[in-house]
Structures are given as C-alpha cells and as structure tokens.
Design a protein around this ligand. Structure first.
Ligand code: DC
Length: 233
C-alpha cells in the first residue's frame, strides 16, 4: 500500500504518543507530536518572561512566534523522538507541570494555531506520517486515510501520567495530575477554535483495558483491512 497519513486525536494522557510512536516505528513512517509544538511555545514564553504566574497577554505570545524554531530528532537511546526548541533539546522540560498547566490556554490563541498548523501540514506534505494531537483528523489533515480518536478512563490516564512523571524524577501528586488532566480536557474541548472533537470518520479507541502491544496490534489490523479495501476498490 502506498504511504498514508495517520491522524491520532484524543484526550490528554490516553497514550496517543505511545501508540503514534509505535505505529510510526512499525510502518517506517515519520512521527510528529503536535502537542510538543504547543508546549514549546509555552516554554519559550516562560523563558522570555512573557508568562508570569500563569498569566500572559496574547499579543506578547504572538510576537514570539517568529523567534521559535522547532525540530524533532530520533534519540537512539530512548528509541523515541526528542523535541528541539531553537537547537536545544527540551523534551524533558516541556513535560513539566508548569508547562502542562498553561499550554491549553496558549494553544487556544488563534495566531498560535495558524502558525503551528502550517508547520504541521508541511511536515505531512509527503504522507507517510503519524501525527497525534487534538485537531489532526478534524483540521490539520481532514483527508487523512486513517483517523483514530482515543480515550481512556480518567483514573487510568492519571495513573499513567503520574507514573511517567515520577519515573522522570518529577515531584507531583496524583491529585495534581488528575486535576490538570480534567482542566486540560475541559479547555481543549470547549475552546472556540479547532476544539477537540471526534471527526465523523474517526475510529474510537478506548484503551483503558488494552496493553501497548494490544492497541498496536488492533491498529495494525485496521491498516491491513484498509489496505485490502483500497486494493479491492
Ligand atoms: O498532547 P499534549 O498533552 O502534549 O498537548 C498539550 C496541549 O496542546 C493540549 O492540552 C492542547 C494543545 N494541543 C492542541 O491544541 N492541538 C493539538 N493538535 C495538540 C495539542
């Protein structure tokens, strides 16, 4: 089958990136984490002192956009892709709680979205890409051949994110992580522009009771069916 575009959207911390990375590795596709891009803008704005105590002026954020260069590089040690902000590896920093607590608000700014979506479309212009986020199937790649919409039980998602952060040495409480997920889901689903919604042609995947291997196997089977269907057309 010729290369396709795979769009994975869904709620915070339901394993979108894990599935997207595994799928990209399995298919030999590129992987792009669109959430990491919004996180980079947020981190940069913190570093520039434009976000203070969680507050900011949107016009100050917009002014920073042209100073931001984003990149992704494969890390052979973690076997995953690292995010670079102006040449610096910020993969760990962008996952910190202070970024998570503000990123949904930054991602709701119209100009920020327009800027990021242009970069995302450019990354996917040759297909052969798996991109995860909130509006990939609805807005970034509305013609993606495969769209998944992921969800999982809130406590299971919290436990996964809590384990990930504590494993990385961050000091967070379960309650703090849970509250952040609920708040981000609310902001992401209620914002005016490109809110998180399931595309009408997306396949719903609730992975509450699935292991990483099981969800990968499920999606690989879907791709085989898609391929068989497109060959018989
Ligand atoms: O996937 P993530 O949790 O790292 O994303 C961080 C935030 O970025 C998320 O709360 C909403 C925003 N986001 C977005 O608005 N659109 C996307 N395509 C991806 C992420």
């Amino acid at each position: 089958m010729s290369k396709i575009t795979i769009a994975i959207d869904g709620y915070s911390s339901c394993g979108k990136s894990t599935l997207a990375k595994a799928l990209a590795a399995h298919l030999g596709y590129a992987y792009a984490d669109s959430g990491a891009m919004y996180r980079c803008v947020t981190l940069y704005a913190f570093k520039k002192g434009v976000i203070k105590d969680g507050s900011f002026l949107p016009e100050e954020i917009i002014k920073l956009l042209n100073e931001i260069k984003l990149g992704f590089e494969f890390n052979p040690i973690t076997k995953s892709s690292d995010t670079f902000l102006n040449g610096e590896n910020v993969e760990k920093e962008i996952r910190q709680m202070f970024v998570s607590e503000t990123v949904s608000k930054i991602s709701a700014i119209h100009e920020v979205r327009v800027h990021m979506i242009a970069i995302q479309r450019d990354l996917g212009k040759n297909k052969g890409i798996v991109m995860d986020g909130r509006d990939i199937g609805t807005n970034v790649f509305p013609n993606a051949e495969l769209k998944l919409f992921m969800t999982a039980d809130t406590d299971i998602r919290t436990q996964r994110r809590f384990d990930e952060l504590t494993f990385k040495g961050q000091h967070v409480s379960f309650g703090e992580v849970r509250l952040n997920l609920i708040q981000r889901d609310h902001e992401d689903t209620h914002r005016k522009e490109n809110p998180l919604i399931q595309a009408s042609d997306a396949i719903l995947l609730d992975n509450s009771d699935l292991s990483r291997d099981q969800q990968l196997e499920y999606v690989v089977n879907l791709i085989h069916k898609l391929s068989a269907y497109s060959q018989n057309k």
